[in-house]
Design a protein around this ligand. Sequence first.
Ligand code: SAH
Ligand code: SF4
Ligand code: F3S
Length: 467
Amino acid sequence: MHICAHTHGRNQIDMKKYFIHTYGCQMNVHESEKLAGILSNKGYSKCANENDADIVVYNTCCIRDTAERRALGNIGVIKGLKKQKPSLVVAVVGCMPQQDGVADSIREKYPYVDIVLGTRNIAMIADEIDKVLQSRANLKKRSDKKYRCFNNVLPDDYLNIDEQTPTLRTSYPNAWVNIIYGCNNFCSYCIVPYVRGRELSRSMNSVLDEVKRCVDEGYKEITLLGQNVNSYGNDLSDGTNFAKLLHSIDALPGKFRVRFMTSHPKDLTDAVIDEMAASDKICSNLHLPIQAGSDKVLRDMNRRYDREKYLSLIDKLRSRMPDIGITTDIMVGFPTETEKDFCDTLEIVERVRFSNAFTFIYSPRKGTPAALMEQIPYSIKQERISRLIALQNRITKEISDTYTGGVYEVLCEDLAPKRSDKVCGRTDSGRLVTFDGTKEDIGKFFNVKITQSRSASLFGTKEGDVL
Ligand code: SAH
Ligand code: SF4
Ligand code: F3S
């Protein structure tokens, strides 16, 4: 016992440390969990402050200009730390360096970056760290050139994302499970298909095994991830599809919830809606990005659905699941959007009544068709997004009000921000609820009576545990 404690203590001191910066969507959050698993397998431990790190990884996003600028700003800042600590290894991975020419520009502008990997080869990080360290050791002996890796290959069928090394999950009681990589849709504004490659589905067995493992480990919510989960199975050519996957997951034993994102409206089938409605475990909650309310803009965006199709999906969903929470993404300021087109967006938002909406100002992405179109002034985009946000805030609040007085099953997910006597979690429909509780409640289901609502948040009191 004593010896163990001693050895453990020494390992703690000798252990090298890692720090990962994560930008972008849930896919990146999850891939950072995989990177953490790989680094921990190599004997690195996580540190709370990047100043203590031996390796700093930037897992980047390039969906909008702001996302890129934030990552680049922070990569610039690390220069100071690298000066104080020349042994530091700096890695930039993910979507940003996967864009045409960006790896080269990082090579030139940030000479202290040692490793650059893309989106489909992050598992190479383990070997690349060894090569960098080996080359530095050699440098001390002779005037060798130091080793730097700039590898962002992306053949359509190439995938070197480690699914064997245990993922170091960071979002208990939720576990992210990826079901499909890449995107084939080429919406005219979007960089994702260029940086994430073509769609590649994981096998149904491999997804089911991972979900089972998570449930056995005590995770209570599984969120299936993909740029377009509704395309799941299309590339497997064995009859597998998303509805069948949902059906098999729902049949697994245990009490847990299932959510998924993101659904493309053009591919949301009746079979998927039927599975959602019939299932115990799949939440009545759907993220269904609409992007715009004008048929002309939807066409120019290459979304391949129109208002009518979108509204008919909403009708179907609500007729099968009256309490469903539907959230969306909306973009304003697409190059061809006129004031009238924007009013169509406001009108459809009023009509659908989303429980919540993520709103974005269109940002031209180099290499996409929309970036070549004539752009509209930023001031117009800003003015439009403020009107849209004001409208959605009103609707969000009105929907929140409808919850007060009701009792809902809530999975306790975390302590409320800056509190140790309040916890928060979500209803099946995805609404955030804060209620009295302690950290022991995290991962448990409760019936919560809603006593108050404030914009997107609800407040309540426990009515009892759910067995
Ligand atoms: N695959 C998902 C979305 C991925 S990106 C889907 O198809 O719905 C998340 C959101 O970012 C998109 O829904 C869109 O609203 C927004 N987005 C994508 N490209 C953008 C751009 N160039 N400028 C501004 N917002 C963008
Ligand atoms: Fe981008 Fe469209 Fe693919 Fe979503 S579906 S990732 S918006 S190209
Ligand atoms: Fe960003 Fe890449 Fe996700 S561009 S939004 S991190 S797929």
